[in-house]
Design a protein around this ligand. Sequence first.
Ligand code: HEM
Length: 472
Amino acid sequence: MSEIKTSSTQATKKRVKHRNGAGNRPLPPGPQGYLLLKLSALQHRPIEYLSSLWWEYGDLVRLPIMPGFTMFFAVHPEAAEHILSQHPDRYVKPDFFLKPMGLVQGKGLFSSEGEYWRKQRRLMQPAFQQKQLVNLQAVMLHCVEELLRDWESKPDGEVFDIAPAMTQLTLKILGLTLFSIDISEESNRLGQALRTALEYVYYRLNNPLALATWILTPRNLKFHQAKQTLDEIVLEIVRSRRQNPIDRPDLLSILLTCRDEETGEGMSDRELQDEIITLINAGHETTATTLTWTWYLLGSHPDIMAKMQDEIQTVLHGSPPTLESLPQLQYTRQVFDESIRFCPAGLAMAPRVALEDDEIQGYFIPKGATFIIGAYFTWRHPEFWDNPEQFNPDRFLPECADRRPKFAYLPFGAGPHTCIGKNYALIESITILAAIVQRFHIELLRNQTIEIDPRFTLRPKYGIQVTARKRH
Ligand code: HEM
């Protein structure tokens, strides 16, 4: 993996101040001229390209892309706090992000803004409260135990790619906890349609000049068919559950009964359809990617793996992890937190655009400025992290974490758009890690090429080849 060198002090020296005349506050520094031709570097080598800009210009960089469109790259926690938490009313997700995401997720939480988003968020919040998640942990554990039975039947020492294994596991958990249906099998129509539709969204996000969706190219047609299948299946699940309510401890049961405190109304079938597709999308790939990187990092740090195994043995004494025992697995949680810091599933938060002129860190921010909030870089900022290129779970010991500014580490975002699935993801991830480490020793295949695929979630480009050896 590429080593990211950073130096905010060196960067500060290079700053060239541009004044815009509005109160004579300077614009953030950045390269001269338009960067349209460099967009491909931003798309294909974003880590290297953004690192070089950070190195050269500092924690807030102005990137004039073309006339009328300027992006700002923000690394300092102060900028994340200002945009996401202090003034979320001044910054919204821009259309160039909402529209492609909305092609699959409709007006679901991730791809909507304003009053509609607020109403939906209010309605959905109760489904993700800790007390509702109690029953779901048993389902999560059941799914991981099934996977372990499958591993037990493999010939000892068999090499396999753990990336698709984690994707299949988290998709299975999501389908079962959301609406009590397993959608993880290759042959499952919903799963297939989802994969095709998401591939298309990644394509459109990376190719903003792609032909309009209504032009009947083979790619567009394939997408429309997949989206139709997705909508039909999800709508059918919602309708049949509404007609025949069954007592299932899944999220759909709760979502169907949620009522708006102000109006007393629940969600329509169409609204539920968008939210379910959003949850399937937002809720499995991020967790799968994070877990995959965690196995890679544990495999390359046997001492940390051994310490984690000791903790799991001491706390669980061979029993399966339960909701009550999860909080005691403190080191396992530190490993998970450090894995997200070191190899996050995403490079940045969803982009945000300024609705009005503003000021961040003493710089003038014009209305229309579009922000890349570079979480990957903030979590390596040398002002807040010692040896940021070292994988070290001890930096998440409570006494170390307390010394850092709160916004130096935002694995689940911040402010009103903060991840609705945070508790779900934590319960799921720690359950999976503990159950697997308890029974198997994961070893990395030597001399494999490990590279980040920077399209959308930061997946390992060639997967992670491992062996899972049964512990005796
Ligand atoms: C390790 C796993 C996960 C990570 C690292 C993660 C991270 C995030 C982050 C950073 C955001 C905020 C993005 C922004 O403001 O730009 C977010 C939003 C969101 N996440 Fe997660 N997430 C994870 C798992 C989940 C799960 C399991 C679910 C659902 C079951 C979920 C559902 C959502 C939704 C619906 C939003 C949009 C919330 C809104 O805008 O109101 N996430 N997530």
